[in-house]
Design a protein around this ligand. Structure first.
Ligand SMILES: Nc1ncnc2c1ncn2[C@@H]1O[C@H](COP(=O)(O)OP(=O)(O)OP(=O)(O)O)[C@@H](O)[C@H]1O
Ligand SMILES: Cc1ncsc1CCO
Ligand SMILES: [Mg+2]
Length: 278
C-alpha cells in the first residue's frame, strides 16, 4: 500500500468527524434504505444508533413519494431479484432528479452475470458513494481474475486501491473499499481509515450497515462526500473497537458495537479517530 503522505493528524479529522456526528444527531436525516433481507435489522439499528432515521421502503408504488421525503437513499443489491431492480433504479433516478444523495452497496458484484449487469446499470446512474469490499470493487471495474466468491472478500482492501481509483474516475462517484484499512477515494485523493476490529467481518452485514451510515453522513455533509464517507467509516470502526472491549464473540460484538455507536462522545472521537491522507 502507498505510504502515508500529507498526514493531517488525527485531531483535525477527529474534530471534523465529531462535528459531522453532531450534525447527524441534530438533523436526524431520514435515510431510505432499499436493502437485502439479511441486513435490514443491523442497518436500521446502526442508522438509529448514530442519531439518524432509517426507513426500509422499497415498493415501486411508494418510491416517487417516499424518495422525495428522504434526505438520502441507500441502495444495496444483496438479495437481488428482478422486481427489486425496478424500485432501486426508480429511487436512484428520483433522488438524482431531486438532487438528493444516494449511495450504492454492490454486494457480490462479479459473482453472477445478472448481478454484475444490474450493478453496472446502477453505477451508471451515478451514486454519490459506492462502498464495497475489495473483491467487489475489483469486480466492478471488470478486473477480477475469477468470479467474486459470494458476498465476502477474498482480498485485502489495499489490493483494490487502484481499482477503487479507476472506478471513482470512471463513475465520478466516491469509492470506499472496506477492510483492515478502509480506503476512500475520488480517483485522486485517498483517505485511509484504520479504525475497526477484524471480528467485524464475522458479523453479517456490517458492511451493508456502514454503507447506510455513509448515506446519513453524506446527507448532512453536502458537497464533501469523500470526508463524509471517511467519517462514517471511522466512527463505525471506532464503535467496533469500543464494543470489542466488552465482547466475547461476534454476537456480543454486534450488541456492544451498537451501544458504543450510540454513546460516542467528543473526547473519545477526537482522541481515537484514525484517518490519514494516503
Ligand atoms: N480486518 C479488519 N480489521 C478491522 N476492521 C475491519 C476488518 N475487516 C473489515 N473491517 C470493518 O468491518 C466493516 C465491514 O467491512 P467488510 O469489508 O467486511 O464489508 P462487507 O464484506 O461488505 O460486509 P457485508 O457484506 O457482510 O456487509 C467495515 O467497517 C470495515 O472497516
Ligand atoms: C449473507 C448475505 N447474502 C446476501 S446479502 C448478505 C449480507 C451480507 O452482505
Ligand atoms: Mg458487503
Amino acid at each position: 500500500m502507498a505510504s502515508f503522505r500529507g498526514f493531517r493528524g488525527n485531531d483535525a479529522f477527529g474534530s471534523e468527524a465529531w462535528k459531522a456526528l453532531c450534525r447527524v444527531r441534530e438533523a436526524a436525516p431520514l435515510i431510505q434504505c432499499i436493502t437485502n433481507f439479511v441486513s435490514m435489522d443491523i442497518m436500521a439499528n446502526t442508522v438509529l444508533a448514530a442519531g439518524a432515521s432509517p426507513a426500509m421502503v422499497h415498493a415501486i408504488e411508494e418510491i416517487a413519494e417516499f424518495t422525495a421525503l428522504a434526505n438520502a437513499v441507500c441502495i444495496n443489491v444483496g438479495t437481488l431479484s428482478p422486481e427489486w431492480i425496478f424500485a432501486m433504479k426508480a429511487a436512484a433516478s428520483r433522488a438524482n432528479d431531486l438532487k438528493k444523495p444516494w449511495v450504492l452497496d454492490p454486494v457480490g458484484v462479479g459473482a453472477t452475470t445478472f448481478r454484475t449487469e444490474k450493478c453496472l446499470e446502477l453505477i451508471a446512474l451515478r451514486p454519490v458513494v459506492i462502498r464495497g469490499n475489495a473483491s467487489e470493487i475489483i469486480a466492478a471495474i471488470g478486473a477480477s481474475v475469477e468470479p467474486t466468491r459470494g458476498v465476502d472478500s477474498t482480498l485485502p482492501s489495499k489490493d483494490a486501491l487502484e481499482a477503487a481509483k479507476e472506478l471513482a474516475r470512471a463513475s465520478q462517484s466516491i469509492v470506499a473499499v472496506t477492510g483492515a484499512v478502509d480506503l476512500v477515494t475520488d480517483g485522486k485523493r485517498v483517505l485511509g481509515v484504520s479504525n475497526g476490529v477484524a471480528l467485524m467481518q464475522r458479523i453479517t452485514a456490517t458492511g451493508c450497515a456502514v454503507t447506510a451510515l455513509i448515506a446519513a453522513f453524506v446527507a448532512v455533509h453536502p458537497g464533501r462526500p469523500l470526508e463524509a464517507a471517511a467519517f462514517a467509516l471511522a466512527l463505525f470502526g471506532l464503535a467496533g473497537e469500543i464494543g470489542m472491549e466488552k465482547a466475547s464473540g461476534p454476537a456480543s460484538l454486534r450488541v456492544h458495537l451498537l451501544d458504543a455507536l450510540h454513546s460516542l462522545d467528543e473526547v473519545t472521537v477526537i482522541s481515537r479517530i484514525k484517518i490519514a491522507q494516503i
